[in-house]
Design a protein around this ligand. Structure first.
Ligand code: GLA
Length: 389
C-alpha cells in the first residue's frame, strides 16, 4: 500500500513537473462539426448548437465516426471581475455546462474556440495571460476539444503561447484535443507535434473551388490543397496537418466539387470537421459526408498522409498508403471538362496484385491489368481502394 502511494505520488509530481499534451486522443484525424464555415458570428445560439448535435445523430454522421461539436468564435461575452470568461448570456442562457451535458447525452463530444492572443479574431476576450484560469473553466464545463487561434498576437511567440495552453490543459486534468490554429505562419509542422494534436497549415478556407478573397486571407480548397504538398512527412497518429474545416455542402460548391474536396481531405488524412448546416443537408451531401468507405481512407490506422504522385496540370494522381499494405489512389480532374486517361500502374510503382474497388460507385472493378483507363468528370474525382490480395 505504502509503495503504491509512493508510486502514485511520484506520478503526480512527474506530470506536474513535466507537462505534456494528452497523448492518444487523436490516433486518427479528429472528426466533427464546427460552427464557423457556415455561421461565422451570426445566428449562433444554444438552440442551433443542440439542433446540430441532433442532426449529427439523425443524419447518420455520428455512426459514420463524427464526434465533436465545436463552437467557434463569438460564444464569449466578457470576463467577470474575477477574470472568468463568461459565455454570451443572450445566446447561451443555459450556460456552457448545460450545452456540454446535452451534447454528451447525444453520445458526442464538445469543443470550444479561444485564442492565444489578447483578443479573438472577432474581438472577444482572448486567453493570453488567462490560460490556466480558462483551462480550469473549460474542464469544469466538460470541454473535450479546444481550437486555439492566433489573432492579436503582436510580440508573442507561437511556440511559447501554444505550449503554455497545452500545459494549462494538462494541469487542469480533463483530456482535451488541442487544435492549433496558427495558420502555418511559423511552420507548426516543425514544432507542434509535441504541443497539439492538429495544426492548421494555411489561412482560412472559403466555399469555392479556387477563388481568393481579401488578398488571399480566404482561399478555395484547391489552393489550400496545393499548399499541403511536401507536408505529408510530418503527419501521423496524434499529430495531423490541418488544411482547415470542410466546405462540403456550403453554397459555393457544386455536389461534384464537394465530392472532390471531401475525397482529397481524406487522401490528406485531414481532420474532417464538417462546416455546413447539418439540419438542411441534401441527400447527395449527406451521402458524401457519410461515405464510410471514403472515411476509412482518412481514418486508416497507419496514419499516413497521401502525397501527389502525378501532376499534369488539370489532372493529378494522389496515393495514400494504408494499413495491411492496401493503397488509396485518387484521380483528380481540376478542369471544367471530362478527362480520359490510360495510366500504367508500373509508372506509379504499383504492382498488379490488388483487388480494385471504386469508393464512390461502391463497386468492385475488373481484374487489375498493367494498364488502367479512367474517365473523370469535370471538377470531380475517381477514388479507388486497392486491397492487397
Ligand atoms: C480565424 C480562424 C478561423 C475562425 C475565425 C474565427 O480566422 O482561422 O478558422 O476560427 O478566426 O474568428
Amino acid at each position: 500500500m505504502k509503495q503504491l502511494t509512493l508510486f502514485l505520488l511520484s506520478l503526480t509530481i512527474w506530470s506536474v513537473a513535466y507537462p505534456q499534451k494528452f497523448s492518444g486522443l487523436a490516433l486518427t484525424p479528429p472528426m466533427g462539426w464546427n460552427s464557423w464555415n457556415h455561421f461565422a458570428c451570426d445566428g449562433l445560439n444554444e438552440k442551433v448548437i443542440m439542433e446540430m448535435a441532433d442532426a449529427m445523430v439523425e443524419s447518420g454522421m455520428r455512426d459514420a465516426g463524427y464526434q465533436y461539436i465545436v463552437l467557434d468564435d463569438c460564444w464569449q461575452a466578457y470576463r467577470d471581475e474575477q477574470g472568468n470568461i463568461v459565455a454570451d448570456p443572450k445566446k447561451f442562457p443555459s450556460g456552457m455546462k448545460a450545452l456540454a451535458d446535452y451534447i454528451h447525452s447525444r453520445g458526442l463530444k464538445f469543443g470550444l474556440y479561444s485564442c492565444a492572443g489578447r483578443k479573438t479574431c472577432q474581438e472577444r476576450p482572448g486567453s493570453h495571460r488567462y490560460e490556466m484560469q480558462d483551462a480550469r473553466t473549460y474542464a469544469s464545463w466538460g470541454v473535450d476539444y479546444l481550437k486555439y487561434d492566433w489573432c492579436h498576437h503582436v510580440g508573442l511567440d507561437p511556440v511559447e503561447q501554444y505550449t503554455r495552453m497545452r500545459d494549462a490543459l494538462y494541469a487542469a486534468g480533463r483530456p482535451v484535443v488541442f487544435s492549433i490554429c496558427e495558420w502555418g505562419w511559423s511552420q507548426p509542422w516543425l514544432w507542434a507535434g509535441d504541443v497539439g494534436h492538429l495544426w492548421r497549415t494555411t489561412l482560412d478556407i472559403t466555399d469555392c473551388w479556387s477563388c481568393r478573397k481579401y488578398f488571399g486571407v480566404l482561399s478555395g480548397w484547391t489552393r489550400i490543397l496545393d499548399r499541403q504538398v511536401g507536408l505529408e512527412r510530418y503527419a501521423g497518429p496524434d499529430r495531423w496537418n490541418d488544411p482547415d474545416m470542410l466546405e462540403v455542402g456550403n453554397d459555393g460548391l457544386t455536389v461534384n466539387e464537394s465530392r472532390a474536396h471531401f475525397s482529397m481531405w481524406c487522401m490528406l488524412a485531414a481532420p474532417l470537421m464538417a462546416g455546413n448546416d447539418l439540419r438542411k443537408m441534401t441527400p447527395e451531401i449527406r451521402a458524401i459526408l457519410t461515405n464510410k468507405e471514403v472515411i476509412a481512407i482518412d481514418q486508416d490506422s497507419l496514419g499516413r498522409q497521401g502525397f501527389k504522385a502525378v501532376d499534369e496540370g488539370d489532372f493529378e494522381i494522389w496515393i495514400k498508403h494504408l494499413s495491411g499494405d492496401d493503397l488509396a489512389v485518387c484521380f483528380l480532374n481540376r478542369s471544367q471538362r471530362e478527362i480520359s486517361k490510360t495510366i500504367q500502374w508500373a509508372a506509379l510503382n504499383i504492382l498488379t496484385t490488388y483487388l480494385m474497388r471504386d469508393l464512390w460507385k461502391h463497386a468492385d472493378l475488373e481484374e487489375m491489368q498493367p494498364e488502367f483507363s479512367v474517365r473523370v468528370p469535370p471538377r470531380d474525382v475517381v477514388l479507388l481502394r486497392l486491397n492487397k490480395k
